[in-house]
Design a protein around this ligand. Structure first.
Ligand code: WT7
Length: 647
């Protein structure tokens, strides 16, 4: 059968076809107007329709800036919403896990099996003394056990704090300490590009002298047995009782924290609640990806990021659908791997990041030849602005001109998608994210919060009522929360959530242009300039440093560092040494692509490093504003260093 065409071209833009309109959950654009007339009522109805509550709330929305609450005093359990309520069709596949080694078989878990394991593991956690409100750190790659562990936390009301498995021991330790985690769940390792990666060694180092007293280890590489503070995930599950009564939570109780980079050196623990997050995750998954129960959704994000939380795990399960996850590298054993997985498993919804698409564009279309990709219905993109070439390639080569591309703009802080078009409504325009999700509103303003005219660039802000999935603070750091997100409120009494992104509006559609603060996006990963500088400055060789992003064809941006040495001489070896140091402090994702050794950094009279000037120099642009520098001669010397290095 020829696959259906879900979109059509009209003029220069694309619209949903009749076929798409027919299958779409929403196809009438009046939904935006209806929702905006009374957003609180809209979300109230959606919350009742999409989520199972043990007790309804007393107040739908209450705003006491900089905080706001949704479904106040409403009671629910998140895990019940993901699993228990789908048990009437327990034999339906909930999870398909694809291991990286090609000789290993995928693991499928249906809702009944997943329910059994989650209940047992919830009892394992309880046996270890974990109670409602305790923080459990999870340092796991993409494994079925990762999902089991996270859901088990939500079943007993423990707060999960997932840390990206490629982060270093130091980075894990900082997150464990900030959250005062009581327990760590990790694995002995995992496979990446055919190699065994050791995770446990890093985990052991990270937990030294911390609040973590026990480590539960998933035996992925079947390494040797351990005793003492180590427990074996599988063995404990087998011993545990198969039912655990769900802890009934308040909607506003914390469900998880997830660390992300801000403009300072220290990552912030973004706090998400239970009820509001569930509502946002349920409806955005359902409407953006037009998810039906027979869909198989594959979101390629790692569980260390919010996209992994909301769209690889929770969104599809809340909807009683099937989620597919893959352990390994996109190009292992060859760059056809992803497309093979799509064909073999008949994936219908595929959600990935521009950086991955650019990588596939570069390796060439020959890796696609063997694959039909005709099960695909909807494509999604997230993480950074997508350029037109990448959009078109994704659209033509992967979607075969049949599938809409849903460009979703959002952040760790928003919990779920915030700005994108809906597949049954459109339009689908390369590089344009589109409209605020129904019931939500964003505008573009200037420095002082004055709305700018259509077509003019400015700062993207969200206006009230703030979406139910929005963050509920920074863990144990009120000050940071206020400073980062509420400057328009504290300075100009405007009720705007500051996204730190730049954007403009054209024909009522929003185009997001990128971060406006000192945060870069390296292969879709969020990285603060200051975080990287702190890591570099921590080396005994370094006196001070400045980090700036430069454009990269695949990764979007990569960091470059300028370093003033404290001791030692500039050399290739020292450059290598410092890169290794960054790997140790943060992880290889943050490794600078190049380190320039300089004598001095351009600074203002007040001692502020002028990164803008360094950026100019890297781009061969004549820097402006040298008059404000206390050391303009530094610029000339840096120019020489750049020249020497280019030859
Ligand atoms: C930042 C948030 C939210 C999931 C993954 C990233 C950028 C994200 C888009 C998009 C343009 C985008 C923004 C945002 N971003 N999606 N579709 N178009 N920019 O989450 O790590 O919290 O990063 O990613 O700059 O602020 P995150």
């Amino acid at each position: 059968m020829k696959p259906k065409k879900y979109i059509i071209k009209k003029g220069k833009i694309y619209w949903p076809s009749k076929e798409m309109k027919k299958i779409a959950w929403v196809s009438n654009e009046k939904i935006y107007e209806i929702a905006s007339r009374n957003p609180v009522k809209f979300w109230e109805e959606k919350a009742k329709e999409g989520i199972k509550w043990e007790e309804l709330w007393k107040k739908t929305y209450e705003e006491k800036l900089p905080y706001f609450e949704w479904f106040k005093d409403g009671k629910l359990n998140f895990c019940v919403n993901c699993l228990d309520r789908h048990l009437d069709k327990g034999s339906k596949t909930a999870l398909i896990w694809i291991p990286e080694p090609t000789k290993e078989k995928p693991i499928k878990l249906n809702y009944a099996e997943l329910y059994d394991k989650v209940n047992r593991f919830a009892n394992v956690l309880k046996k270890q003394g974990i109670k409602k409100g305790d923080v459990v750190a999870i340092y796991l790659p993409i494994l079925p056990e990762t999902l089991i562990a996270m859901l088990a936390c939500t079943r007993i009301g423990a707060i999960h704090s997932v840390v990206f498995s490629a982060f270093s021991a130091d980075a894990l330790k900082a997150r464990i300490q900030d959250g005062k985690a009581k327990l760590l769940i990790t694995a002995d390792g995992y496979y990446r590009r055919g190699k065994e990666e050791n995770l446990l060694e890093k985990a052991i180092k990270a937990t030294e002298k911390t609040t973590v007293k026990k480590i539960i280890v998933v035996s992925r590489l079947r390494k040797k047995k351990r005793g003492g503070k180590f427990l074996d995930f599988q063995k404990e599950i087998e011993k545990a009782y198969s039912y655990c009564k769900p802890e009934i939570m308040n909607s506003e109780d914390i469900m998880f924290i997830l660390y992300t980079s801000g403009t300072t050196g220290k990552p912030k623990g973004i706090v998400h609640d239970t009820g509001g997050y569930a509502v946002q995750a349920y409806w955005t998954t359902k409407w953006n990806f037009n998810l039906h129960e027979d869909d198989i959704m594959w979101c390629t994000a790692d569980i260390g990021w919010i996209t992994g939380h909301t769209y690889a795990f929770y969104g599809p399960l809340l909807n009683g659908s099937t989620t597919l996850i893959y352990e390994g590298a996109p190009d292992f054993p060859n760059p056809g791997r992803w497309w093979k997985i799509i064909d073999e498993n008949k994936v219908t919804v595929f959600y990935t990041a521009p950086t991955a698409i650019r990588m596939f564009m570069k390796v060439g279309d020959k890796w696609l030849k063997k694959y039909k990709l005709n099960s695909l219905r909807i494509l999604g993109t997230v993480g950074e602005p997508i350029d037109e070439d990448t959009w078109m390639w994704y659209f033509k080569k992967i979607g075969k001109g049949r599938c809409p591309i849903i460009d979703t703009w959002w952040q760790t802080e928003t919990g779920g998608t915030s700005i994108n078009v809906l597949p049954g409504i459109g339009p689908f325009i390369p590089t344009v994210a589109g409209k605020s999700f129904p019931g939500t509103k964003h505008i573009v303003v200037d420095e002082k919060g004055k709305k700018v005219k259509e077509g003019k660039g400015g700062f993207l802000v969200q206006v009230p009522p703030f979406a139910p999935g929005m963050l509920h603070g920074v863990y144990n750091n009120h000050k940071k929360y206020v400073e980062t997100y509420w400057r328009y409120w504290t300075k100009f009494k405007k009720r705007y959530y500051n996204t730190s992104d730049g954007a403009y509006v054209k024909n009522g559609l929003i185009r997001v242009t990128g971060r406006t603060d000192d945060v870069m996006k390296v292969a879709g990963h969020r990285l603060a300039t200051a975080e990287l500088e702190n890591a570099i400055n921590d080396s005994k060789y370094v006196n001070e440093s400045a980090v700036v992003p430069i454009p990269d064809k695949i990764k979007g941006q990569v960091p470059v560092a300028f370093v003033v040495l404290e001791r030692g001489e500039p050399s290739i070896n020292l450059e290598k040494e410092l890169k290794k140091h960054v790997d140790k402090k943060i992880g290889p994702t943050a490794r600078p692509s190049k380190i320039y050794f300089v004598n001095d950094l351009p600074k203002t009279r007040s001692g502020k490093i002028m990164r803008r000037i360094l950026k100019n120099l890297l781009n061969n642009e004549e820097p402006k504003g040298l008059m404000t520098l206390v050391n303009p001669e530094a610029v000339e010397r840096i120019k020489e260093v750049l020249k020497e290095n280019s030859t």
